[in-house]
Ligand binder design. Structure first.
Ligand code: NA7
Length: 543
């Protein structure tokens, strides 16, 4: 086979898949270096998460001022956040402003679904096939395809038979949905469902929530940011990002490292009262580290939150249904809420407990449980995602010898640093499974991953290398490290997406834990990947 000219002249040096927060920054870095590159985006426009998730109540749970890109001082000074936890329309506007400022849009191709990406080892390049029929080649493949971008619908019978409007929250219609006077169902009470329910309870005629398992939720305490406050924040960005850099989650919330039981109970409770009244993830992430690892500590804190729920829901029997009994606080992703519990005090809001009366099927008129049929005009599926690896599984990615990534990851991802996969040369995942960003304030993790990826490429260009690949040994070592960290976290026992649980995806039902995220925290992750870079990329072979 003669791949000569092809191999010397691929269509692009690098192809980035995805024009979300990660793809945007990766594109900017490569263009700055004068690299020939393009972004292929499945959506009709840029924005990723903030393009798709248009449901009412969609907003950051990260403080806005920690979510923006940190790479440009000019951008930081030019952009004004208007709310502590900014909403989807504004977040999408922000990403568009960034794209405009750095002139990125012309390097993006929209409505561009990548069906397959196969590595051609003879020619040392990736061959991509797109849904529109085109074939493209590149030396380096950079999937920036998101962590929660493969939405999953329930596997109930009759989904298509419903005569009203229905959609997954991720595929929310572009045009506003009119809820006035409508009978609305929401299935799912994760971070998304909780946001939707709080936002629409007082807009709909009637709202019925179908809850399989309740989550531990905590108040977001959103508020506007005044012009004066924003001016003051702009003087502190260095400090703000320095805090994010030293915390495990990349947030401004620093864990309390004092041993839980060495702090007197009254002091613990006083601290929790304070955190519960403060904005954001503090109640989760500025809490005692022990609540993530020690059953007894976790149980005591969970009971504190249970009492908060009881104090906010008028009907005691209903309150009990909203309190999780199968897992403790914080071992699954904590939904942040705005008037969520109070929604259940409204006459037009009802809860169907699916543990008592499971859904049998979706009908023409609505939802039939084992008890009866409920009629609706709109059904909202807030049923989550095939998290972290789902977006990879949806592309036919093949490495050396035609090995499929989907097969390699059938029992869970295997990576080196969450950035590389052995057997898949020249594929760099700035925010891959098992990388630091998978469990942190995403943009902070994304910047670390993109910078590392860009440094690796620069190293290769400087040394005239055209091929890089992680060794199987390096990959096995990282996998063992990631698994070991799960071993000390109570999270390993929970049925959340951190462990790859999803009842709607074959093989991801309860039972086998999938090691999807790196639990060592941002500082350790950054230190490890920097160490690899500083030792001429030990664990990666070049040619
Ligand atoms: P999550 O957190 O995975 O939540 C999905 C919810 O949907 C959860 O309550 C599930 O119940 C429920 N679910 C899923 N499938 C079904 C079926 N078949 N029947 C009934 N209920 C179901 O996804 P989110 O979108 O809320 O949040 C994802 C992330 O987006 C979030 O962490 C943020 O980072 C942003 P279960 O608990 O499985 O019993």
């Amino acid at each position: 086979m003669d791949h000569g000219s092809d191999a010397k002249n691929p269509d692009y040096e690098a192809i980035i898949i995805g024009a979300g927060v990660c793809g945007i920054y990766q594109l900017h870095r490569l263009l700055d270096l004068g690299v020939s590159t393009t972004v292929l985006e499945a959506g009709a426009d840029l924005g990723g998460t903030w393009f798709w998730n248009r449901y009412p109540g969609a907003r950051f749970d990260s403080e806005s001022i920690t979510y923006g890109y940190s790479f440009s001082r000019e951008l930081l000074q030019e952009w004004d956040w208007k709310e502590r936890f900014s909403g989807q329309p504004e977040n999408l506007r922000y990403l568009n402003v960034v794209a405009e400022k750095f002139d990125l849009r012309k390097h993006m191709q929209f409505n561009c679904n990548v069906e397959s990406a196969h590595f051609d080892d003879d020619a040392t390049l990736w061959r991509l096939h797109l849904e529109d029929g085109r074939d493209l080649t590149c030396r380096f493949l950079i999937p920036a395809i998101g962590l929660l971008s493969a939405p999953t619908l329930p596997r109930y019978e009759g989904l298509d038979s419903f005569a009203g409007q229905s959609f997954h929250t991720y595929n929310w219609p572009q045009e506003p949905v009119d809820f006035a006077g409508k009978r609305v169902a929401v299935i799912g009470t994760g971070a998304t469902g909780v946001q939707v329910i709080g936002a629409i309870a007082d807009q709909v005629g009637d709202l019925t929530v179908f809850q399989r398992r309740p989550n531990w939720c905590a108040p977001l305490h959103n508020a506007e940011i005044s012009a004066e406050e924003m001016a003051e924040i702009k003087t502190r960005y260095d400090e703000i990002f320095a805090i994010c850099a030293r915390t495990p989650g990349g947030f401004i919330h620093e864990p309390d490292r004092r041993p839980f039981f060495e702090v007197p109970r009254e002091e613990r409770v006083a601290m929790w009262e304070k955190l519960y009244g403060e904005p954001g993830f503090g109640i989760w992430l500025a809490n005692f580290r022990d609540i993530f690892m020690d059953e007894e500590a976790n149980a005591e804190f969970s009971e504190f939150i249970a009492d908060k729920i009881r104090s906010r829901v008028d009907d005691p029997a209903l309150a009990e249904k909203l309190i999780p009994k199968d897992h403790g606080f914080g071992v699954q992703r904590v939904p942040m809420e705005t008037r969520y519990y109070e929604a259940y005090n409204r006459d037009n809001v009802h809860l169907v407990d699916l543990q008592e009366t499971p859904i049998e099927r979706i009908t023409t008129n609505g939802i039939r449980t084992t008890e009866r049929e409920h009629e609706f005009d709109i059904i909202v599926y807030a049923t989550g995602f095939d998290a972290i690896t789902g977006a990879y599984d949806r592309i036919d990615i093949r490495g050396v010898g035609g090995q499929s990534l989907r097969d390699k990851w059938a029992d869970g991802p295997r990576t080196f640093l969450g950035l590389q996969v052995s057997g898949f040369p020249n594929m760099i995942m700035p925010t891959g499974p098992q990388s630091g960003s998978a469990s942190t304030n995403f943009p902070r993790g994304i910047e670390i991953g993109v910078d590392w990826a860009t440094d690796l490429l620069q190293y290769m260009w400087a040394h005239d290398y055209v091929r890089e690949e992680a060794t199987p040994e390096a990959e096995a070592e990282w996998g063992a490290h990631v698994a070991k960290l799960y071993g000390i976290m109570l999270m390993r026992k929970a049925q959340g997406w951190f462990t790859g649980y999803n009842s709607n995806v074959e093989g991801h039902e309860q039972g086998t834990i999938r090691y999807l995220v790196y639990n060592g925290g941002t500082p350790k992750f950054r230190a490890r990947i920097t160490e690899v870079a500083d030792t001429d990329y030990a664990g990666i072979e070049f040619a």
